[in-house]
Write a new protein. Structure first.
Length: 261
């Protein structure tokens, strides 16, 4: 079975169908279950593969729903654009994401409803790895280039493929796991050895589509029309835009600034 370009096997369809056939008493408790921890609820009833596919379907449904209501044109006086904001809404910035943002957009469509030269700055942290390079990311970056003023800057961060690979070869990802636990105390590999960090970084429950090193990220930006590129770090970003909450993720990330000439 194919739905929204995702291949779904018969067993998964059957399992998910059975999942929603609750007894009447179970339906009464569903809002409570959702409020407490829907992810844990689903993980307890689906295999890992089925859970990941269910999440992918849910994401594709949200994309479809967002596209229906997305504006074709959007006027704003704001000149700073927070692309893929998540729940980090910054004052003085236009915060954009798939839902619960200032303007809900499916950025994977590769089109933006803003005027040419609207923004002086665009910042996107740990978003681009969720997009396919050829038909999602490059078109999106081309749109960012169009929406930037001459001299405007786009700042990107993403997991650093080179750092992760070097860590795997030299330390079996022990250092990466330790760094992640220091920043996110509740994160873990569910009892898997530290080498599994490599798989988690590349796939992240089917959410990640690509990792980047400096060369691949520079190539992608040049395909979108950017020619002035500079590798930076999080400290440089926060120096220019202190409104952003620190992620403290330089150890695992690559930061790049590109300027429209």
């Amino acid at each position: 079975m194919t739905l929204l370009n995702i291949q779904i096997d018969k067993e998964t369809v059957t399992k998910v169908t059975q999942l929603v056939r609750f007894r009447k008493s179970e339906w009464l408790h569903l809002p409570l279950i959702r409020a407490r921890n829907m992810k844990a609820f689903l993980k307890g009833r689906l295999s890992k593969r089925q859970y990941e596919l269910a999440r992918s379907l849910n994401y594709e449904f949200k994309r479809w729903k967002c596209r229906i209501g997305a504006p074709k044109q959007f006027e704003t006086d704001l000149t700073k654009f927070h692309l893929g904001c998540g729940d980090r809404h910054l004052k003085g910035w236009l915060n954009v994401d798939l839902f619960d943002s200032d303007v809900n957009l499916d950025i994977a469509r590769g089109s933006l409803p803003f005027a040419d030269g609207q923004f002086e700055a665009i910042v996107s942290q740990h978003v681009i790895e969720h997009l396919t390079i050829e038909d999602e990311l490059i078109p999106l970056l081309q749109e960012c280039h169009r929406c930037l003023r001459i001299g405007g800057e786009i700042w990107l961060s993403t997991p650093d493929m080179e750092k992760v690979a070097k860590s795997y070869v030299e330390q079996g990802n022990d250092d990466m796991v330790e760094d992640r636990k220091q920043r996110l105390p509740h994160w873990g590999l569910n009892g898997m050895p530290n080498q599994h960090f490599m798989n988690d970084m590349f796939h992240q429950e089917l959410e990640h589509r690509n990792l980047f090193d400096q060369g691949l990220l520079e190539w992608t930006l040049t395909q979108a029309g950017f020619t002035q590129l500079e590798r930076v770090d999080e400290g440089k970003l926060l120096e220019c835009y202190p409104a952003f909450p620190p992620r403290n993720d330089d150890y695992q990330s690559i930061y790049m600034k590109a300027t429209k000439s």
